[in-house]
Design a protein around this ligand. Structure first.
Ligand code: IPM
Ligand code: MG
Length: 351
């Protein structure tokens, strides 16, 4: 019997509701598999924890978190604690500290779901840079309290950081038999960062002559997402652009509650972390109506990363079956089911 250790960080709001369902699904998958068991270690790090302890996680948080095979995170952020605190003191330290520099975000319309856009051929992946760029958390405030106040928010694009995300995207394309890579840029306006981003893409693309390389300014690309999603295969984007594009992408699937994301440390030196794309949604927190799909799909990605392809397939198929039948759906996708009812219906199909 192989034991797989999963650290859980449910976090805030609906994060708690959806991680609970993710755990149920993993337990079921272990039963069906027969040769594995999951050991869960739940960490209470959240905005509530911050209000009690004055920090989002203990000083040695990363040391505690590191001891596992993978991390499942719900969502962070809650009224009462500035959003900047929850992101800067929990989410980003994990992503950066564990060198999870790739954030994989599949955008795929699942059977039975109706996209709000006309072109329903939606099946691509966004490879988001996850460790630097616009979210490097550097900047300055000067002349505070005067009319001359000036705030500078830096964006950091290193050769190493930019090249590795580009290479990851191109390699991913090759390994998954894709033929096209689209890079999100804005080199017309951002004359340092995005000009450099384009240069790195052009350089890396030389090593992949079989891949059709394109770049598009982010403003045009948002329109392209809506008009021509069928043309997209692998989209590579900086931290900010990837963040924005994937909320758009998720909404294109019928609900922001559907998409998963994998914060990946490709070298396997640190654990990778899986989470739904959606946030903590304080407005529906505790109502038990959050869509469990984003988390269950994140669990699928986690299983794939743990090389449990068969279990991943079982859960993904179960999700698609329940969507196709249409009997158990949370309100965001047109039903009346609760989070648990929908998740239970899915888990019941894992056999
Ligand atoms: C996401 C979220 C986070 C991000 C927030 C909570 C800081 O929007 O994972 O997409 O921007 O990375
Ligand atoms: Mg986001």
């Amino acid at each position: 019997m192989k034991t797989i250790k999963i650290n859980l960080v449910p976090g805030d709001g609906i994060g708690v509701d959806v991680v609970r369902e993710g755990v149920k699904a993993l337990r079921r998958l272990a039963d069906v598999h027969g040769g594995i068991r999951f050991e869960f270690n739940e960490l209470p790090w959240s905005c509530e924890y911050y209000l009690k302890h004055g920090e989002m996680m203990p000083k040695d948080g990363l040391k505690i978190l590191e001891d596992c095979d993978a991390i499942l995170l719900g969502a962070v952020g809650f009224p009462g604690v500035p959003d900047a605190v929850s992101a800067q003191e929990l989410l980003f330290p994990i992503r950066r500290g564990f060198e999870q520099y790739v954030n994989m975000r599949p955008i795929k319309l699942l059977p039975g779901l109706v996209s709000p856009i006309k072109n329903e051929k939606i099946d691509f992946i966004v490879v988001r840079e996850n460790s630097e760029g616009e979210y490097c958390s550097q900047g300055s405030i000067s002349n505070d309290g005067t009319p001359e106040k000036m705030v500078v928010q830096n964006a950091v694009f290193t050769q190493k950081g930019t090249e590795r995300i580009m290479r990851y995207a191109y390699n991913y394309a090759v390994e998954h038999q894709y033929t096209k890579v689209m890079s999100a840029t804005k080199s017309n306006a951002l004359k340092y960062s995005m000009v450099f981003w384009d240069e790195v893409q052009a350089e890396v693309a030389k090593d992949y002559p079989q891949i059709e390389s394109r770049k598009m300014h982010i403003d045009a690309l948002t329109g392209y997402f809506i008009m021509h999603p069928d043309e997209l295969q692998v989209v590579v984007a900086s931290n900010l652009f990837g963040d924005i594009l994937t909320d758009l992408g998720s909404a294109m699937l019928g609900s922001i509650g559907i998409s998963p994301s994998g914060n990946i440390n490709p070298e396997g030196k640190f654990p990778s972390m899986f989470e739904p794309i959606h946030g903590s949604a304080p407005d529906i927190a505790g109502k038990g109506i959050a869509n469990p799909m984003g988390t269950l799909w994140a669990v699928v990605m986690m299983l794939e990363q743990l090389k449990l392809q068969e279990s991943a397939g079982l859960l993904m198929n179960a999700m698609c079956e329940v969507l196709k039948e249409g009997l158990y759906r949370t309100p965001d996708i047109g039903g009346t089911a609760t989070t648990s009812e929908m998740a239970d219906a899915i888990i019941a199909k894992v056999v």
